[in-house]
Design a protein around this ligand. Structure first.
Ligand SMILES: [Zn+2]
Length: 92
């Protein structure tokens, strides 16, 4: 027996966010958003040269979503065009 998932989503979610999203791994619609951040920088591992570049960095939405069928967790609002993978990308 597992404890019920604690929902951290806003008590007043945006209407389009309430529609179920298909799991990116198994295509099930048994998904649930459990954490939402409406305005978050689209990358956390790029070293920027100054504050202006950091403040002006592209932002997107994060809607961490759990698939109750297979357990996969993904960002249902991921927008590949906002992701940057370049030589500025800091990864060890
Ligand atoms: Zn799934």
């Amino acid at each position: 027996m597992t404890a019920p998932l604690q929902t951290l989503a806003s008590p007043h979610p945006e209407p389009e966010a309430q529609a179920s999203v298909r799991c990116r791994a198994c295509q099930s619609q048994a998904t649930e958003v459990f954490y939402r951040v409406p305005n978050i920088p689209t990358n956390s591992v790029i070293l920027l040269c100054n504050r202006e570049d950091a403040v002006g960095f592209p932002r997107g939405r994060m809607e961490l979503t759990l698939c109750r069928r297979c357990g996969f967790v993904f960002n249902a609002s991921f927008e590949p065009v906002l992701a940057e993978y370049s030589s500025r990308y800091e990864e060890i």
